[in-house]
Design a binder for this molecule. Sequence first.
Ligand SMILES: [Zn+2]
Length: 351
Amino acid sequence: MKRPSSSDQLRFLTGLQRILEEGSFVATYKFALLMALADFAIQAGQDEVDPEELDVFHLSENFISYYWRQALPYVTSRENDRKYLKMATGSQPVIFNQIVQLHALYHGSLPALRKNANDWHEIKALVADTIAKMPLWKLQVVGPDLVCVLYKQSRVGYQGRVLEFVPGALFNLRQHYDLVRGLVQGAWLRHVRRLNAASLGEIDLDEFLFGSERSTWPGLRQILRDVQGGSCLYCGRGVGDAGDIDHFIPWSRYPQDLGHNFVLAHATCNRSKSDLLASPAHLANWHKRNMVHGEHLSQRFSEKGILHDYLKTRHITNWAYAQAESVGAQLWYAKNDLRPIDPSWRGGWNG
Ligand SMILES: [Zn+2]
């Protein structure tokens, strides 16, 4: 694939900005679609072999995971009053209502829902159909204009669920992921704040909509303990019965959970690493853990309904380190030990 020129990339970003500023947003589907596409771009992850087409069914997992976090009641400004965020100007979106029900049925556990193959497939199919019917053909319509920076379309909507990417669209989403995410989540946040202005109270809306802490992962700690021999991935010392579950590639850089990205670590190591990427030695250890225990991990993640795909995870990892390298970021080696990234991260990892 030909890499988009700087002016093509700028056109992409200004197009996206127009979509977010001038497009009409009734429900929040368009934001979720944009984020699902951006997340997909990184999971697909290779400039040379990017797919030209995509069945939107493959976006439904990412799409659902955004709403799953938001389908909880929050405490409003009135005492003892809990309710769901309003997600549209009129009645609540169908997908949101459906996810609220599944949330209750599965006690808030997305892994538990995934383990029920029927219910999981049903909600994914509903989401895919809804994407095709609603936001897919409306997203790039800005007043009288079509701003086709992501996929090709005419004004007449979509037949079926397959979209055809504009050349370079996936590259642009990947290359400018942080910016795209900032723009989309910022617009999403402002939209939800406007819809719920009267009742928001003390809630940290950003954390409520996009944070990771409310995910529950029953059984995950034990899986990690087994494959790491009860040790912290970073310092190698035992963690005892405690230990944090850390995102190896920090949630702040890529907000989708995939099994292999979880590591067991001391709370102190985890806090010190914070939102940084880990050193090449840690990267090599983590990769080794995932290769040595590959089959075992896949099997147990599946048993627990934890989403996993090591190829996708590797694409995300390569992307995150390459981005860090392009801006000369600091890597975390240990507590109070940060060093600038150099090309050596590629060594213990891609070999
Ligand atoms: Zn440690």
